[in-house]
Design a binder for this molecule. Structure first.
Ligand code: MLT
Length: 397
């Protein structure tokens, strides 16, 4: 037998597993240190009350033969897909129920989507990038090309008309940098993709953090996107579903390549390899879009937005360059004193007990940068910034 040799070309472990190992070793050696985790983008607030209520009701339904649910509809229950189309319609974006595929999260979809594309496609990935996009291409032995995001372009690279591409990954507001494209900037990507006959894989997992109505939250706000873009979204960051698992992917009916509907291919893939998300989880997800659910999730998002402000204002005070924190739960800061990303990770952990994510873990262009998340507890976030202030004044300035 042969193993998939491509796996041997991956980093030995996934970024966040490596970080967890380092934290565990530090905690073991320093049991007295109160570690504050601003590393992985995991939410800390519990699920909203209306979501919990729907969950409970759905569990009770499963207890009676009259209301019991077995396998669900292939693309997700109609009630959830309808709620998602209304969510788009509130922003005057026309997405049909039939174009939505409910899933257990956008990480899986963004990885699995590669099944419907041929091996020899030219893939463009921003650098730095969410590691899943890169690793899933490496796993199938595909080389990728990078578009450089850096301080000069505000970590928002623009398309180069002279460069060829078949698949383009975009995430806005971005993970890891927190930078967000304007409509005009996204329009250039859509134009470029249509011109190249390429497909944009648009990760909108952080769209709910956009508070400016002039900023785009979906690629479909851009004219022409329906013929060149697939959109992924998740309930994780929007509604605290990181441990509950729910997301969806939109593939417009007009999205055709080589005379074949990509919608049809994804349907074929999903019906073979996926059996849907539990009825209870989909009912809980539908509650997110009710009036009460929307109010509750906005309160939670505001809580995280305030954390982002606390972090950003400390960085402003200390004169540290950063992106994000405005339409995003991520703050992407420059490391001080020319420390590399991992040196700064160690420095911060040892001197302050704060955990962040080294920028280099997201690609070469992340060297010398560091990501903090606003998903933490409020008092811990404030405490972390006090500790950062002290360490900065003692060791850096
Ligand atoms: C992150 O910290 O980058 C995210 O939590 C990863 C994810 O959403 O899978």
């Amino acid at each position: 037998m042969n193993i998939n040799q491509n796996y041997l070309n991956l980093e030995e472990s996934y970024l966040f597993s490596t970080i967890n190992k380092k934290i565990a070793a530090f905690a073991n050696a320093n049991p007295e240190v109160d570690i504050i985790r601003l590393g992985i983008g995991d939410v800390t607030l519990p699920l909203p009350g209306s979501v919990i209520k729907s969950f409970h009701e759905a569990v009770d339904e499963m207890a009676h033969s009259r209301t019991f649910h077995g396998y669900g509809p292939e693309q997700g229950y109609g009630f959830l897909r309808k709620a998602i189309t209304s969510y788009y319609a509130q922003r005057e974006i026309g997405v049909e129920e039939s174009e939505i595929f409910v899933s257990d999260g956008s990480k899986c979809d963004v990885a699995n989507i590669l099944d419907i594309f041929g091996q020899d496609n030219l893939v463009l990935l921003p650098n730095p990038v969410y590691p899943v996009y890169l690793d899933t291409n490496k796993m199938i032995g595909r080389d990728v090309a990078f578009i450089h995001a850096n301080r000069e372009n505000g970590f928002l690279p623009q398309p180069d008309k002279n460069r060829q591409a078949d698949l383009i990954y975009l995430c806005s507001p971005n993970n890891p940098t927190g930078a967000a494209y304007t409509k005009e900037e996204l329009r250039k990507w859509v134009e470029y993709a249509n011109c190249q006959d390429a497909v944009i894989l648009f990760d909108a997992a952080y769209e709910s953090f956009v508070s400016d109505p002039n900023m785009p939250r979906s690629i479909y706000e851009i004219t022409g996107a329906r013929t060149c873009a697939i959109e992924f979204n998740s309930f994780s960051k929007m509604a605290g579903f990181t441990g509950t698992r729910l997301g969806y992917t939109v593939i417009p009916q007009q999205l055709v390549r080589q005379g074949t509907s990509l919608h049809k291919l994804w349907m074929r893939r999903q019906t073979t390899k996926f059996n849907g998300v539990s009825y209870m989880t989909q009912r809980a997800g539908a509650a997110v879009f009710t009036r009460e659910g929307q109010k509750e999730i906005q309160e939670n998002l505001d809580y995280y937005r305030e954390n982002a402000k606390i972090i950003a204002s400390k960085l402003d005070q200390l004169g540290i360059w950063y992106t994000g924190g405005k339409h995003s739960p991520y703050i992407w800061m420059e490391t001080p004193a020319q420390m590399d990303s991992w040196d700064f990770f160690d420095f911060l952990l040892e001197k302050t007990g704060i955990v962040g994510t080294p920028g280099i873990g997201f690609g070469d262009n992340g060297q010398g940068f560091f990501r903090l998340t606003a998903f933490g507890d409020r008092s811990k976030t404030s405490q972390a910034m006090d500790r950062l202030d002290r360490a900065w004044r003692e060791f850096i300035i």
